[in-house]
Write a protein that binds this ligand. Structure first.
Ligand code: BG6
Ligand code: MG
Length: 226
């Protein structure tokens, strides 16, 4: 097995741009409309989770999951998405989180392939607005996978499309479900966010400005040689 870093696979929402906050705001509005108490703390459990699964979790909060037909649930999910789409309308390259462009540039300088693994059906729209579509060697979104995070499928697929063995990949995530998916895929995990929540990650940073290519590479090499 070659002990070398070959690819870095990024999550989108909450890692490349702050759309995790827009998902939160859209779910908060929908929850208010339904009379369901919704907190920032609970929202952490929705990070990295698909739209329909998130809705089921919110309805379950107030034991309302059996009050709606499948068609009504689809309408609720569509309502959330239209609230979210309104929020992402104004996204520009200025909304790339600080430190991310520099980190991508450093990775490319080292000939590392760059992939995206996002369960969002809006991933291409957001990436286009950020003008990042052509920067990435591959993009895997909700349309091409059967199982969402924490299943490793999306990270495995990205590695496969990049032609790289998962053991030679690093995954970067802000969601607990995402870090679980990266580890289950057999990759090195970098978490962005809360130390305790992302404890499974191999390396954790509070915010994207702290990302350092050399430091991450060193930690990756050290781990692989353990
Ligand atoms: C993930 C977000 O990236 O995408 C989740 O972390 C979101 O919060 C999921 O629910 C699905 O997004 P969308 O855009 O398909 O509703
Ligand atoms: Mg995320």
């Amino acid at each position: 097995m070659e002990k070398q870093l070959k690819a870095i696979i990024f999550d989108l929402d909450g890692v490349i741009t702050d759309t995790a906050e827009y998902h939160f705001l859209a779910w908060q509005t929908l929850s208010e409309e339904l009379g369901i108490p919704f907190t920032r703390q609970f929202n952490e459990e929705l990070k990295g989770i698909s739209r329909m699964e998130s809705l089921e979790k919110i309805l379950a909060l107030s034991r309302k999951q059996n009050e709606f037909t499948e068609k009504e649930k689809e309408n609720l999910a569509a309502r959330k998405n239209s609230l979210y789409c309104r929020l992402i309308e104004k996204i520009t390259p200025k909304d790339i989180l600080p430190g991310i462009s520099e980190f991508i540039a450093a990775s490319k300088l080292h000939n590392i392939k760059i992939g995206l693994a996002s369960v969002s059906k809006n991933a291409f729209t957001v990436m286009r607005r950020l003008e990042l579509l052509n920067e990435f060697d591959t993009i895997v979104d909700a349309k091409t996978i059967k199982n969402g995070k924490p299943d490793p499928e999306i990270f495995m697929r990205a590695a496969e499309q990049l032609g790289v063995n998962p053991v030679n990949c690093i995954g970067i995530e802000d969601a607990e479900a995402g870090v679980t998916a990266i580890k289950a895929a057999g990759m090195f995990a970098v978490g962005i966010g809360d130390q305790q929540r992302l404890a499974q990650a191999d390396l954790i940073y509070h915010v994207t400005t702290e990302l350092r290519f050399d430091e991450i590479l060193n930690a990756f090499v050290k781990k692989l040689n353990q």
